[in-house]
Design a binder for this molecule. Sequence first.
Ligand code: FES
Length: 121
Amino acid sequence: MTTHTVCIHDHQSGRTVRLQIASDQYVLMAAEAQAVTLPYSCRNGACTACAVRILEGDVHQPEAMGLSPELKAQGYALLCVSYPASDLVVETQNEDEVYELQFGRYFGQGKVQAGLPLEGD
Ligand code: FES
């Protein structure tokens, strides 16, 4: 196990924190254990509330099902399921930004219609 320096620019709070996080710890939970609260929702890689853009370094995030391979390749990561693989510099995103990139294409047809009869009604 290796320990890495993780620098997080949190746009929501306007602060920057620098933490020491082991390579076998998720960044979000390790930050919380050091009294640093960051954005989150599901805590299991399925939404985009904890998404960051990686400015420097690399993460290991095999459970990040909420991010497409394309977004991972563009440098996005989900901190709730990201292990630091090197020293890191990341910045939090507007949740809607990554949500739109990840899921927007599925909702491009407009809002779901309410009140439609269910099959068998
Ligand atoms: S909190 Fe939902 S993906 Fe991280």
